[in-house]
Design a protein around this ligand. Structure first.
Ligand code: PMP
Length: 287
């Protein structure tokens, strides 16, 4: 169990082990809900407005009423940090459609969404990742066609990622109709002919907050050409570097793909440059 034990559930602050929801909660029965994971450096929420905008977009896409205004969310999150005396952590926020006291596919009117928030430790990038990178496999992207929504319905992602774990891999890179979409729990960048490329936003991938930040930092590098375009599966095997991004992993170099070395088989110069830029960006918030 996390050392941060105070959670928020439906307007109440309570120790995690005492928090309860209805067995008829539609999140539990149907995976009918959405979530966010937000990294906090020091006491600073990285890209908070962007996370809250994505939260609001996900809710609108699945037709769940946003229970709070942006200002109310910010207050709730500040209270969550304070009650847990937390810094350098990751906030987990989940909203489900709530419960109408029975199990029925039809969306009931006038039910209150279930709101849950807790604090988790924020892992630091392991030294072995910085020196050696991580391994990944490729798999067919068997998920639904609305992957831009941060839905809690993650069974396909979980199983795809587990296939990678079974083979000692950190991530599973997904390919749909011959095009690279993203990782099972990350966005993906390739370095091809000295150009940094990443698939454009769309229904096939989550609009990652870290992806956007890395793109922003990449555009600031004087020597780097950056392009958002669709990527053929074959290009995965031609790339000199592959990078994956997420709020809890930041920026990892993928140095082995499907048991073959990527480039030199070591973290490459573009990863080094962007990882350094990312650390510099964060440093302004870490005291
Ligand atoms: N794609 C998927 C499928 C994810 O689950 C995640 C987050 N774990 C990401 C991309 C990265 O998003 P973010 O940078 O906002 O954490």
């Amino acid at each position: 169990m996390s050392s941060f034990n105070t959670v928020f559930i439906n307007g109440q602050w309570t120790p995690a082990e005492q928090a309860t929801i209805s067995v008829f909660d539609r999140g539990f029965l149907f995976g009918d809900g959405i979530y966010e994971v937000m990294p906090v450096y020091g006491q600073h929420f990285l890209r908070l407005d962007e996370h809250l905008t994505r939260l609001s977009n996900s809710l609108a896409e699945v037709r769940i009423r946003n229970p709070y205004s942006k200002q109310e969310w910010k207050q709730l999150l500040a209270d969550l940090l304070e009650k847990n005396q937390a810094s350098n952590c990751a906030i987990y926020l989940q909203i489900t459609r709530g419960s109408s006291g029975n199990r029925d596919h039809s969306i009931p009117q006038d039910i209150e969404p279930t709101v849950f928030a807790c604090v988790n430790p924020l892992p630091t990038v392991p030294e072995s990742v910085k020196t050696d990178g991580v391994a990944a496999i490729t798999r067919d992207d068997i998920r639904w066609h609305r992957c831009h929504i941060k839905a809690i319905t993650l069974l396909a992602n979980v199983l795809l990622k587990e296939e990678g774990s079974d083979l000692g891999c950190n991530e599973t890179l997904l390919v749909r109709n011959g095009k690279v979409s993203e990782g099972a729990s990350s966005n993906v960048f390739l370095v091809i002919n000295d150009e940094l490329v990443t698939p454009p936003k769309g229904p096939e991938l989550l609009p990652g907050i870290t992806r956007d930040l890395v793109l922003e930092l990449a555009h600031q590098q004087p020597n780097l050409v950056v392009t958002e375009r669709s990527i053929d599966e074959a290009e995965l095997h031609q790339a000199s570097e592959i990078l994956i991004t997420s709020s809890t992993r930041e920026l990892y170099p993928v140095t082995r793909l499907d048991e073959q070395a990527v480039g030199t088989g070591k973290p490459g110069p573009v990863w080094t440059q962007l990882f350094t830029a990312y650390q510099d960006y964060k440093a302004q918030y870490q005291s």
